[in-house]
Design a binder for this molecule. Structure first.
Ligand code: HEC
Ligand code: HEC
Length: 587
């Protein structure tokens, strides 16, 4: 049998010893693999150093946690010696299992502690040292969080206890799971901890704390879990709406076409704190379609933003709650509303975000009527609190039944941002020719599903005027057909000083009349405006000027018809008929 491998540092020590004596003792005491030979020629030595894992200081004592060395030196380890030194005084504790107590220390003094292993040949070098300060007991250190396993209205949370007890034995653990303002806690004596009373479907962050006689220690890091049992639809919600809490529509995971890539994401106005989730967007769907959001129960957002009309109003001006007063602008289409940089809501871009915009029609004296005289948002929230469905819907969406203006805004914004338009005839065709690396991303290519007239209109749309086109794409950008952020006035009126935005051109065919004041009733009139009607003025965009004066495109009759035909290929029947954007109200 070959000699046992020795590390160079112990060779000289071993050489001083008699092999025969060592072999006899090692063979007698050990079940250790290294000592199994037992015969002559076996070399025994001191063990390797143990590893110091943690120091757990307590009242005039320190518990030294360690793990055994892998090298026993050919003979079983008989004991471990923990040493703690401060100011020239060393105290030791001897034992055979971790942790080993070193007692008789002074509270408030920092001790440097290490651990060594002893076998029949002697004692190993000491481990690396760390220091700790004995003190009266304190609360335990935080456990290390492990995996979370969801259950029906509950979860099981695994964790590893900290070795730092705070100087007093850990008596139990408490686990707390939080989702928004909802939370539930439980206590237990060991991992895993089981917590109940959670709401199914919500994401909870759960953390664990250890408890000793002094109190409850700090929380571990959190682990997320979604309790996965069925969710009951509350009776009031079922009575007033078609929502099924167990079968929500998908608003959150919309699969976008490949050409909705990094070229459109810079324009996405979704704030980090209001990403779409199905619960909140479903609440937004109710809010958008509920006539009770007007002072006299007559008007909802959807009264003016009608799905069949691209979420616009076929009337030039919309009737407000009174039935006799009208808006002074045309109701805007809402498809692709997320692709406008912040600070561009409304025709004149006066609203800073989709969220902030959302409660302005509610408080508008003409539209929904909750102006100051009517008590404002506070009066509306009082009215909503008295319904049998809004508190439950807000609880479902936000984790607590509290209704606030900010939550109303978030829910409405999520629902509207989900109205992404990617189902038009143009989208279907463009998906087949799109290439991110082709010149102009192949926007200039003929589309196989288009008629010759539609392809001619498409060419005019995407070609600049100085190359024989109509130059529309310079402002109404594909693939969202939202207005480029830097667009100025399109010269509707001579001397115009104001700058207007345009909604995405998706669903123009059903979304007229056109322009902020709904002055044009047909797309042909719109095309004629750009062909021959652009007026000079301080705000007019120079993309609509040739040599400093308003452009005259001089399009032929056939080309004007082709351009209008192309605009109709942007109609998106899928968005206009998708049931998830329809009214969920039963009454
Ligand atoms: C009485 C009709 C009416 C009602 C009700 C109404 N709107 Fe509007 N909406 C309009 C009009 C008109 C505009 C354009 C107003 C302007 O720019 O001055 C508009 C503009 C918008 C815009 C701006 C779109 C853009 O691209 O800038 C959004 C978003 C919007 N409405 C959402 C809503 C929401 C949400 C509700 C319900 C809380 C609602 N509207 C209720 C008529 C209405
Ligand atoms: C310089 C930028 C610019 C160019 C180029 C441009 N537009 Fe516009 N477009 C606008 C602006 C700004 C508005 C909103 C004007 C308003 O309502 O006051 C608008 C509005 C529209 C509208 C009405 C939208 C609605 O919701 O009512 C249509 C349709 C339209 N443009 C089509 C076209 C076509 C077709 C072309 C090419 C012939 C074109 N635009 C070129 C800036 C531009």
């Amino acid at each position: 049998m070959p000699p046992i491998k020795l590390s160079p540092s112990v060779v000289s020590f071993v050489a001083l010893l008699s092999f025969g004596v060592l072999a006899g003792c090692g063979g007698g005491g050990g079940s250790d693999a290294g000592s199994s030979g037992g015969g002559s020629g076996v070399t025994l030595t001191v063990p390797g150093s143990p590893t110091l894992v943690a120091l757990d200081p307590g009242n005039t004592a320190i518990k030294v946690h360690y793990t055994a060395p892998t090298a026993t030196g050919g003979s079983a380890i008989t004991s471990y010696t923990a040493s703690c030194a401060a100011g020239g005084t060393t105290r030791t504790g001897i034992g055979t299992t971790s942790p080993i107590d070193v007692t008789g220390l002074s509270n408030g003094t920092a001790y440097s502690c290490s651990i060594a292993a002893t076998n029949v040949t002697g004692t190993s070098p000491s481990s690396a040292a760390t220091s700790a300060t004995p003190a009266l007991p304190v609360v335990p250190a935080a456990p290390t969080i492990g995996a979370a396993t969801p259950a029906d209205k509950g979860a099981s949370i695994a964790f590893t206890a900290s070795l730092i007890t705070g100087g007093s034995p850990i008596t139990g653990y408490s686990v707390t799971c939080v989702s928004g303002t909802l939370s539930a806690s439980a206590t237990g004596s060991a991992s895993p901890a089981t917590v109940t009373g959670l709401a199914n479907g919500l994401t909870y962050s759960c953390s664990v704390r250890a408890i000793n006689a002094v109190g409850t220690g700090a929380a571990s890091a959190g682990v997320n879990v979604v309790p996965n049992g069925a969710v009951a639809t509350p009776a009031g919600v079922a009575e007033f709406t078609t929502l099924d809490f167990n079968a929500l529509d998908n608003f959150a995971s919309i699969t976008l076409p490949a050409y909705y890539d990094g070229t459109v994401t810079p324009d996405d106005n979704t704030p980090a704190n209001n990403a779409i989730n199905n619960r909140t967007a479903s609440l937004g769907r109710v809010l958008f379609n509920d006539r009770r959001l007007s002072v006299n129960d007559t008007i909802s957002c959807a009264s003016c933003h009608r799905q069949a009309n691209g979420f616009s109003d076929p009337r030039q001006f919309s009737t407000g709650f009174s039935g006799t007063a009208f808006t002074t602008a045309h109701a805007m289409r809402l498809g692709n509303i997320s692709y406008y940089r912040p600070g561009t809501m409304f025709w004149d871009k006066r609203a800073a975000s989709v969220e902030i915009q959302a409660t302005q029609p509610i408080q508008n004296a003409i539209e929904m009527g909750w102006d100051t005289a009517a008590g404002g948002m506070a009066a509306l929230i009082t009215k909503m609190n008295a319904t049998t469905y809004y508190p439950d819907l807000f609880n479902f969406a936000f984790g607590s039944p509290t209704i606030t203006e900010a939550r109303i805004q978030q829910a409405l914004a999520q629902f509207q941002r989900a109205m992404v338009s990617t189902g038009s005839k143009w989208d279907t065709g463009y998906a087949t020719v799109f290439s991110a690396t082709a010149p102009n991303r192949n926007l200039g290519a003929d589309l196989p599903n288009f008629t010759a007239q539609e392809n001619r209109g498409r060419t005019l749309y995407f070609t600049p005027p100085n190359q024989g086109g109509a130059g529309c794409a310079a402002c109404h950008s594909a693939p969202t057909f939202a207005l480029a952020p830097n667009s100025l006035s399109n010269g509707l009126d001579a001397g115009e000083t104001r700058i207007f935005k345009s909604p995405s051109l998706k669903n123009m065919g059903v979304g007229g009349p056109f322009m902020h004041d709904g002055r044009f009733t047909t797309l042909e009139q719109v095309v004629e405006h750009y062909n021959s009607g652009v007026q000079a003025g301080p705000a007019v965009d120079n993309r609509l000027l040739r040599n400093g004066v308003p452009q005259r495109l001089n399009l032929s009759v056939a080309d004007k018809a082709a351009l209008a035909a192309f605009l109709r290929t942007l109609d998106d029947t899928a968005l206009l008929t998708n049931p998830k954007f329809s009214s969920p109200m039963r009454k």
